[in-house]
Design a protein around this ligand. Structure first.
Ligand SMILES: Cc1cc2nc3c(=O)[nH]c(=O)nc-3n(C[C@H](O)[C@H](O)[C@H](O)COP(=O)(O)OP(=O)(O)OC[C@H]3O[C@@H](n4cnc5c(N)ncnc54)[C@H](O)[C@@H]3O)c2cc1C
Length: 458
């Protein structure tokens, strides 16, 4: 008999969920973690980031208060106090995750683990553990792209949580949600921020109107957004850096951050010698039940590079455990995943963009609105809310929803249920508005801004 029924490599969002659910179904489970229990989300991702987002938004609140009659003394911000508090909360969550594993009788090995063969895992101290099934949930890691001079001076989001002080000026390379969020965090806390992105506009893959709206809002908040350029070199001089861009121009700053993407953690695990197939996108190739090309080896979460979000990793881990140990085969549906970008303003999106809908559907109706939020009338803040519904003109189903504005992440979680259930535009229209809210616009947009009709093939 094998030492354990299931060996999980990586105690992040997906691995911890899979381990505890498998154990609750009666499996003997061991999990290895080489860094800290909780993984990216808890230690260096969603949680500490959202806490920084909260911190960064106070500057607007202080400014906006004046229009509502408040006199606020000149506020001051102390980065070390924030970072200490964030790390205290991260440690609390790490302990809670560890306690959960203990409570569910999952054996924790605080060690790196690699595959020796399809049924054996080797720990850093040389110990070998045999397992009937192995689950790879090793996550992903930031990468820095092609080597450029001075790249060793750049930080990633990992180090951003450990800076000694708030940089007065920071250059961030990247156009994905992590780059955009950190640009807004640093700007909100008072840094002078330049965002450099090689593509034509930030947030590739998001709806074009939302991308444009956010870029304009970010520029309005004083963030320099430079698209169509890359960082070619980073030159240190005393305690600052000169960042040279691809067009030869230069920006001087105190920090340079790269947030250009994350690569699945597949290196050095021993996957190649076992012929575990790697997908061309770099993640472990899996079927809809997260099984790899080796029948007793499974993979979930960011290491599979499907939809790289915490709730998705958790759902995949849960589904894996239910399928293998709960007698309940559970494929994961990766369509219509609601998601947020905690930028300023916040974005909440689900489903198809206008462009995707036009590629896939013969008839597409677009409803959109942009308006000044009520709070901005008295605060005087120059900001607008943007909302867009993408509707299948043939079935009237709402197939996409894109929001930029206060609490858009909260809105899209709730709206996501309606979209996932297949609500039609008529269902939206039949829903009474909640007044006065920004969200009421979602049920009061009556006239399409655009009707796309594909010509029938001759
Ligand atoms: C800055 C940032 C912000 C983010 N914000 C959000 C957000 O707002 N919302 C959202 O949904 N998602 C967000 N994410 C993404 C989210 O964190 C990931 O999708 C999620 O953590 C993936 O979970 P996972 O279980 O696949 O991997 P991880 O959580 O990365 O866990 C993998 C674990 O495996 C360990 N490990 C790796 N190799 C080995 C080995 N050989 N042996 C032992 N242990 C190993 C690692 O140390 C790690 O702890 C963010 C990510 C980042 C970086």
């Amino acid at each position: 008999m094998a030492d354990v029924d299931l060996f999980v490599i990586g105690a992040g969002s997906g691995g911890v969920r899979a381990a505890r659910v498998a154990s609750s179904h009666g499996a003997r489970v061991m999990i290895a973690e080489e860094h800290r229990v909780g993984g990216t989300c808890v230690i260096r991702g969603c949680v500490p980031k959202k806490l920084l987002v909260y911190a960064s938004r106070f500057s607007d609140e202080f400014e906006d208060a004046a229009g509502f009659g408040w006199t606020v003394p000149e506020p001051t911000f102390h980065w070390p106090a924030l970072i200490d508090n964030v790390h205290r909360e991260v440690a609390r969550l790490e302990a809670a995750y560890t306690a959960t594993l203990e409570r569910f009788n999952v054996t924790l090995a605080k060690s790196r683990a690699v595959l020796e063969d399809a049924h054996t895992v080797r720990l850093a101290d040389g110990r070998r553990v045999s397992a009937d099934t192995i689950l790879i949930s090793t996550g992903a890691w930031p990468h820095y792209g092609p080597k450029i001079p001075g790249i060793e001076h750049a930080i990633s989001s990992n180090e951003a949580f450990h800076l000694k002080g708030l940089p007065k000026r920071i250059v961030i390379q990247g156009g994905g949600y992590i780059a955009v969020e950190f640009a807004c965090i640093f700007a909100g806390l008072g840094s002078e921020v330049t965002l450099v992105y090689r593509g034509e506009n930030i947030l590739r893959g998001f709806d074009d109107d939302i991308r444009e709206h956010l870029r304009n809002e970010m520029r309005g908040r004083g963030i320099a957004v430079i698209c169509g350029h890359t960082i070619a070199a980073i030159e240190p001089s005393s305690d600052e850096f000169t960042t040279r861009l691809s067009d030869g121009s230069a920006i001087v700053s105190d920090k340079v951050m790269f947030a250009i993407g994350r690569r699945p953690n597949v290196m050095g695990l021993g996957l190649d010698k076992l012929n575990v197939r790697i997908h061309e996108h770099g993640g472990v190739d899996v079927d809809e039940c997260s099984r790899t090309s080796v029948p007793n080896i499974y993979a979930i979460g960011d290491v599979t590079n499907r939809v790289n979000l915490t709730p998705v990793a958790i759902r995949e881990g849960h589904a894996f455990a239910d399928t293998l140990y709960g007698g309940k085969p559970t494929p994961v549906d990766h369509s219509n995943v609601p998601t947020a970008v905690f930028s300023e303003p916040e974005l909440g999106v689900i489903g198809l963009t206008e462009r995707q809908a036009c590629e896939r559907l013969a008839k597409v109706d677009i409803y959109k609105t942009s308006f000044r939020p009520m709070k901005a009338t008295l605060s005087g803040r120059a900001t607008r809310v943007f909302m867009k519904l993408v509707v299948d003109g043939a079935t009237d189903r709402v197939v996409g929803c894109h929001i930029a504005g206060l609490d858009a992440g909260e809105l899209i979680q709730v709206l996501g249920i309606a979209v996932k259930m297949g609500a039609t535009k008529a269902d939206f229209d039949a829903t009474m508005a909640v007044h006065p809210t920004a969200a009421e616009e979602l049920v009061t947009m009556r006239e399409p801004a655009m009707r796309h009709r594909r010509q029938a093939a001759e």
